[in-house]
Ligand binder design. Sequence first.
Ligand code: FMN
Length: 310
Amino acid sequence: MDYKIHFAPLQGYTDAVYREAHSRIFGGVENYYTPFVRLEKEGFRNKELRDIAPEHNQDVPVIPQLIAATPDEFRRIAAFFQEKGYRQADINMGCPFPMQARLHRGAGILPYKEEAVALLDTIREFPEISFSLKLRLGWEQPDESLALLPFINSLPLAHVTLHPRIGLQQYKGTVDMDGFSRFYEACTLPLFYNGDLSSLEDIHSITDRFPSLKGVMLGRGLLSHPWLAAEYANGKTLSATEKQTRLAGFHRLLAEQYSLRLEGGDHQILAKLKTLWDYLLPDAEKRLRKKVIKSSNLTVYYSAVKELLS
Ligand SMILES: Cc1cc2nc3c(=O)[nH]c(=O)nc-3n(C[C@H](O)[C@H](O)[C@H](O)COP(=O)(O)O)c2cc1C
């Protein structure tokens, strides 16, 4: 069975520059997702407009993601994606950020079945777009998603991705594999598992346990080990030297592209590059990682990265 790997959307990390560099240097990913696009009172935010602009997403299989509380918000964002030429879109019903959840967006809509049904039903107004859905087990209770599942099954969704935590957990505690199993048994749509996978063994243990999956979505595990999807897709591990070479190329490309696109000067470029290390190479030598994270200007930063990657 040929399981697919999707790269999870991670606000603040998997922007257009990152997605393109990852796809060029590592690959192994069937689909990338944009971090969620939302509507503010003032309309769309510039950062999001830039991130989904078609000219910044060429040659990468990207699915834009929307987060909305009402059919009206949904329509406006979906119409915007369509206008930009997208024919696929992902619906976020998993975000646990309280700022979004209290507006009944993301996982915050899951306890309100009628609202969730009305939101999802809006996909029928966009027959040209192939929608997918990403959700959690619930906001407060893990059976909120199960209550919605008969309706979800009736929709023409390309696939569903389930992260088996509840919203109140944020990213803490453990994933609820029994909860995932109940959803898996009753879901008739192509299903992806998402949550806490960071090695080939982790991926295999999920596909062994849930063989009917379409694939898995990797988030923080892929930010930490960017070669993981390629190793899985190609069925062979990369040597230490190969990883080192690709990482150096990946970092060079990111630095080059952020330098071109960020307008706030060296300070902003440095801050952006440093965020890579929130997750990247958690097992690297502590002293060298610290040097990278603590560097106070770009010259010091580049020399610290060179030392770490050599
Ligand atoms: C910093 C951060 C930002 C995230 N942003 C989004 C987002 O924009 N849309 C979304 O659906 N999920 C978002 N997520 C959730 C991830 O896509 C994913 O579901 C979660 O990290 C669990 O998968 P993982 O354990 O493989 O990382 C975010 C998670 C984190 C930690």
